[in-house]
Design a binder for this molecule. Structure first.
Ligand code: PRP
Length: 213
């Protein structure tokens, strides 16, 4: 009986780019190229099944074994610290985690710094490394609004092109960590489907190297 490989792809541009790399590695799945509203696609000949998953949920599917492999941003791995293997840096979906604020922002030394973010764990660990007392305001999106409306002094967020900051008259104050997409594996799957998983990893690695080295 064939060992199916289940792969969780993040819905959106990153997932589409990741699928293009998998397709080039001969893990194509024609059904996925005309998806409609479906979420699961399979290519029985290749023994491969793909799911479209909300980007921040990919690591949960992989950690709990609903998917053998997943493509996920390093930001999610740093924030949720899932118990998975990180197999490869795909060197795409590049961006950075940064502290940003209004152009006239001055750190209110001696006061608690109010920080709005979708990434409370990354934020806590960054400021605890600086011994800075903070109050985290946990938001789910449009974080840039917080300093503009006086909800926070600064934000900790993803900066990719910088357009969102620029168009809202905000700027980066400190870089925290560079981010890119990673290939992750479920720990048990990596043991039991090691040959198939390593073949996928090697083929993707070959593509990353031919593109960037
Ligand atoms: C992310 C991030 C920034 C924006 C950065 O938001 O939170 O808002 O992208 O990209 P840029 O530097 O290229 O402008 P996302 O699009 O995920 O939406 P959200 O506001 O709902 O989190």
């Amino acid at each position: 009986m064939k060992n199916w490989i289940h792969i969780a792809l993040p819905k959106g541009r990153l997932g589409e780019k990741a699928y293009a790399m998998l397709k080039n590695s001969s893990y194509d799945c024609p059904a996925l190229e005309d998806p409609g509203r479906k979420l699961i696609f399979e290519n029985p000949e290749k023994g491969i099944r793909y799911f479209w998953v909300k980007p921040s949920d990919v690591a949960i599917y992989v950690e709990r074994g609903a998917a053998d492999l997943g493509i996920v941003g390093k930001d999610i791995l740093l924030e949720y610290q899932p118990d998975v293997y990180e197999l490869l840096d795909l060197r795409m979906g590049k961006c950075r985690m940064a502290v940003a604020g209004k152009k006239d922002f001055r750190d209110p030394v001696g006061q608690t710094l109010k920080v709005a973010t979708k990434f409370p764990n990354i934020t806590r660990s960054y400021y605890s490394g600086k011994c800075r007392d903070i109050d985290i305001i946990h938001l789910n999106g449009s974080i840039e609004l917080a300093p503009i409306l006086g909800l926070s002094h600064v934000i900790v967020d993803i900066v990719e092109t910088g357009t969102t900051l620029r168009e809202n008259d905000l700027m980066v104050y400190e870089d925290i960590v560079p981010i890119s997409a990673r290939l992750i594996a479920n720990i048990a799957s990596y043991q039991f489907k090691d040959t198939q998983i390593n073949t996928i990893r090697e083929r993707l690695q070959g593509q990353v190297e031919s593109k960037y080295d």
